[in-house]
Structure formats: C-alpha cells, structure tokens
Design a protein around this ligand. Sequence first.
Ligand code: SAH
Length: 524
Amino acid sequence: MSDTTKSVQSQTPKSGQGKVYLVGAGPGDPGLITIRGREILEKAEVIIYDYLAGKKLLKFVPRDAEFIYAGKRGGVKHTHTQEEINAMLVDRARSGKRVVRLKGGDPFIFGRGGEELEEIVAAGLNYEAVPGVTSASAAATFAGVPITHRKFTASVAFITGHEDPTKKESSIAWDKISTGVGTLVFYMGIKNLPAITKNLMDNGRDPKTPVAVVRWASMPHQRSVVGTLDTIADIVKEQGIKPPALTIVGEVVTLRDTLNWYEKRPLFGKRIMITRTREQASELVARLEELGAECLEYATIAIQPPDSWNELDQALARLPQYNWLVFTSIHAIHAFFGRLFEKNLDARALNSCRIAAVGTVTADCLLDYGIKIDLLPEKFTGEGLAAALESQGLAGKKVLIPRALKAREVLPERLEKAGAEVTVAPVYQNVRPKGYGELLREEFVDQGVDMITFSSSSTVTNFIQMLGVDDNELGSLLSKTSIAAIGPITAKTVVDHGLHVDVQPETYTIPALVDSILEYDWKL
Ligand code: SAH
C-alpha cells in the first residue's frame, strides 16, 4: 500500500450521511452523458459544475438543488480554488446531502477527479464515480477520425499539452512517444502547439504526419482544421482556433476525408432561432439538430392557467349532458384533465360524451389519458373539424370546447350555425414571457442568427415585443437573418412588420417546414 493510499483511508464512511458523486459529463453534447450520470443528476441536492461540463445538463437537476459554478477556465481567473471546491464537496456531503461533482469529459482524464476523490475518502465520506466520454474520443468521432485503425495504428496516447514543452524536466517522455505511439492526442495544447509539434519533429516524428485540431467537439459550433506536423501550428493561428480544442496527431487523420459525417450534415454551422411555446418546440428542435443546426430556443409564448375556471367548472358539473367534447390543442387537453383530476374525477366522468380531436397529435395526447377518440377530421384545422362534426348532425346537440382564452372563433360559430349548443370553456391562456429583450438582441449582435422560425402570428408579434425595438431597428437587427414562417397567416404578420419571408412550406406542418429549410438557398 502506498503512502497516499494509507493517508486517505483514515476514516470509514457511515451510513445515513451524504454522498459525493463524481460524474463525467461527456464532451459537451448533453446526449453523451451516461444513463447512470443522468440518473444521479436527477436526484442531486447540490451540484458543483465546471466551465466545460455541459450547461445543458443542468436542466436534469431538480430546481431546488444548490447550483455551484466552480469555474476553471484556462487563462481566466478561477471562480473557486481547488481547495475551496474540495472543501465545499466535503462540507455539503457531511451535512447529509447528495452532492454531484459534474466534470467535463471523463473525471479521471486530466480532470483532477482522482485528487477530489482522495479528499472525499480522507474525510470518510461515501462516494461513487461515473465515467464519461472523454473529449479525445468525442473529437475523434465527431471529426471523422477513428483514433485507432487496423491499417494505421494499434496504439494511442492521451497527453497533456499544458506542460511547457521547453522545460528541462518534462514528465512527458518526448523521445519515446514521438515515434513509439501511433496516434497522439493532446489535451489543453493550443497555446503550446508550436513547441509541441517542434518537439515531436525534433524527436523523429515525420513532419508530414497529418494532424487535426478540433475545437468544441460534439457541439453544434464545432470547428476543425487539418494540416501536418510542420504546418498545423500556423494554420491554427491563422484560423484563430482557441481553446478548448484537442490536437490529434497520426496517420488516422487521413480517414477524415471519408468519415467526416458530423460536419457534413446539411445544416451544420447554422444557428437557428426557434420561437414557439416551450412545450411545442421539441419536435422542430430535434429535427433541426439532427440535421446539424444549432438551435436557440426562445419561448415567445408561455402557457398559463385561465384567470377563471368558472366556465369549465360549471361544465364539469354537468358533463353527462354534453354530446361532444372537442379538443383543438394539446395544451387544452393537459389543462382540462389537470382540472378534472383536481376535482377528484377522471376519464370515467367522460363516458357519456363522444370525443373529437383536431388532428393526430391531439388524438395521441388523448390516448395518453386513456381516451380513444370518436372523430378525427380529414383536414387538421378548425374548419376541417367543424365539417367533420357537422356531418355527424348537430341539431340540438350540446358541445363542450375547452380551449385557449383567445382563439379563432370559426369552430364554435360554425357548430352553432349547424344547430349545436356550444360551451366554450377557457382552460389556458397565452402570455408573453418577460425579461428576455437584452438576451435576445445579443444573440443577433454577438454571434449572429442565420434563421428565425415563426410558427404562428403571435410568435411574431410576441418576439418583436420581446426584442423591444421598433420596425426600423428590427429590420437592421435581422438584416442577416433569414425568416421562416409556417404558413400564410404567420407570413403576413412578418411582412406587416416590414420584414421579408424567405422560407414558407406548402403544408403547415413541422416536417414540411424542415424540408423547406433544407431546400433553402442560404443568404450567407
Ligand atoms: N476531463 C476532460 C478533460 C479536461 S482538460 C475530458 O475527459 O475530456 C480540458 C481540455 O480538454 C481542454 O483544454 C481541451 O483540450 C479538452 N476538451 C474538453 N472538452 C472539449 C471539447 N468539447 N472539444 C475539444 N476539446 C475539449
């Protein structure tokens, strides 16, 4: 047993106390955390996270957890020293908390995970360690470079590039690794790249060995450049490649021409702003991201309960009298059942009504509540639904429509005309979220937005109000941004504000919108 092991095994963990979870976050794409890692995040009471540990993962952590940003970014002042971080881990775990230490990539690969755990063991606390996808592996996969390949190499080394390669007593055996290992991956080596490459060449590695440098691997804004040992340092400087980036040295880099799947995706490098309700954004975002786009999600509409539940409560009290219950949005379904359950009722209370849905999404949503619908229109619009109901014969029938406070009146009007007695019960309302203005404007000014998508007229008007600019400023702010509108009504609202619609699908669905974006001839 070594001295260090002896010294850290001073106390034995007790049950009933807190626990420290050292979790690898993976390289940045939130999809690359392990299932175990995510499970732990979902139960965290304290989370201490780093600069590189995917911010997007924080959404899995319960909101009432304590969030501590540990900082640590090369060259930038550290938010907390390593000692402070260790002390916080011990302190929070001692007070009985489930403490998650989330670290970029794999915690045991250039992540000081070992040092932090040694402290935990010394303090006699319970702990668990969860590995992560290390950035070398991600950079290789996402830049189309298999780090090993039978044709080229049987060995790979992960090396820190942080150490000053000119210092006399290097802990890196340059003479051995330069020619003794097939693929070399340098972490933290951008600043030292000229010295690293020189060292390798001085120690016998062929100057024509291919090299790839990958920045922000696995992220939508990933950038990579390729050169050879004798050119890469200049290329990186010219192209302005900054940390965090990895340098991959070896013949395997030549495979990139064939295997560079990630950066070849059709929307790679495009920043697209999505303005929808948060609840609805996921399908569009998932599709666009799979095609390579970076999606900026801004909810321009928030769903809130209605000011009063009166109409619905009265309708619920006489549910058996209704012949038809009609749903035109999933928000209405969730809100309706929410209220039903609050009243200690459930789907059985609807047994005397026939139920209609405006389209397949609403129909599927109802199925989740145990309801198979009785009527689905041919066309998934208010008009289509009106026509379908009319064909059932409406004279003297009672119809309940739980829906948004403000909505198009075409459906209730047509049903009434056909002889039905219609109750419209507001079960939710659309409101404009507050306080995003500056953040939104910065997106356009700082990094630029290639496209913005609007899925309804109210997303357009809310977005413009949220930006807090007049139509003139709006034009200049969006001068480099293409605009996609889901249908003609939305497009008209865009044009009314002096803007130009670049993408508009023929059918008003998300897949059609995505297809039109794919066909679009980009401005820049
Ligand atoms: N434990 C981490 C490494 C931390 S050291 C891991 O296993 O990946 C920090 C260095 O990792 C950075 O300087 C950079 O070289 C590299 N790195 C981390 N994330 C990266 C990413 N998404 N893209 C490129 N390099 C990354």
